[in-house]
Design a protein around this ligand. Structure first.
Ligand code: IPE
Ligand code: IPE
Ligand code: MG
Length: 240
């Protein structure tokens, strides 16, 4: 297992639609190809890398703005992805977690998530954290409401509202912050992904469209990560 791999990698899986359109195919074919790419990459990560947590941005709070037919297709694809592909990956020791506002998802998807989260709870090889109906701002507001309720109803002192307490109130409670964010698909932005958690993450952008992103592309990202010096505000080693 290679030394120096990031503990937590967060991936913005972008470019499915363009991958399909450039082949003269409907966008949905791109999403299917993207799901296959995700499964193959997770298997590689579990078997060949030192990565312990992978967060996958699958559906954002903004993605509801897409045509209803595409949204429906994505919800059903996500249900199948979790029921079948994650189920198969469970044999590799994968544990499913989710982040985002699950209350806004179709009931059959929610049930599949709850079932798989429960069944894989003891798995230790790799945490796969799928972001569904997820937005960084919405997550922060939900956390603020929960903390405000705790102050108003349970007598929590204002002084107890620390960075640590705030982080524990987010959906990613208990997970380390991402060390590396990878965004595929030509854009250089975060699109509302893990705004609190990526404060000190290294950012890696690649033009490769998500359905084409494979183990060799990940290796290139990990190689690049190894060359970064993470100073966290201090001085570089040697003080220069
Ligand atoms: C990413 O691919 C998948 C989701 C956002 C659900 P896109 O569907 O955004 O693909 P492009 O950006 O249109 O190519
Ligand atoms: C980001 O991709 C969201 C996911 C990958 C789920 P988008 O395609 O939605 O992002 P924008 O619209 O280009 O910012
Ligand atoms: Mg996109």
């Amino acid at each position: 297992m290679p030394d120096g791999d990031p503990h937590h990698v967060a991936i913005i899986m972008d470019g499915n639609g363009r991958w399909a359109l450039r082949r003269g195919l409907p966008r949905t074919v791109g999403h299917e190809a993207g799901a296959k790419a995700a499964e193959e990459l997770l298997r590689f990560i579990a078997r060949e890398t030192g990565i312990r947590v992978v967060s996958l941005y699958a559906f954002s709070t903004e993605n509801w703005a897409r045509p209803a037919a595409e949204v429906r297709f994505l919800m059903e694809l996500l249900r199948r992805f979790i029921a079948k592909r994650i189920d198969e990956l469970a044999q590799e020791g994968i544990r499913l977690r989710v982040c985002g506002d699950l209350a806004g998802l179709p009931e059959d998807l929610r049930e599949t998530i709850e079932d798989t989260v429960k069944r894989t709870a003891e798995h230790r090889k790799l945490v796969v954290n799928v972001a569904l109906n997820y937005g960084g701002r919405a997550e922060i507001v939900r956390a603020c409401r929960e903390l405000a309720t705790s102050v108003a109803d349970r007598g929590t002192a204002i002084a107890e509202l620390t960075e640590e307490r705030f982080a524990e109130t987010l959906d990613t409670s208990g997970l380390p912050d991402p060390d590396l964010v990878i965004r595929t698909g030509e854009e250089r932005r975060l699109s509302n992904f893990m705004l609190w958690q990526v404060a000190y993450a290294e950012l890696y952008f690649t033009d490769v469209l998500w359905p084409d992103f494979g183990p060799e592309d990940l290796r290139a990202a990990l190689e690049d990560f190894r060359s970064r010096e993470r100073r966290f505000g201090a001085l570089s080693q040697g003080g220069e």
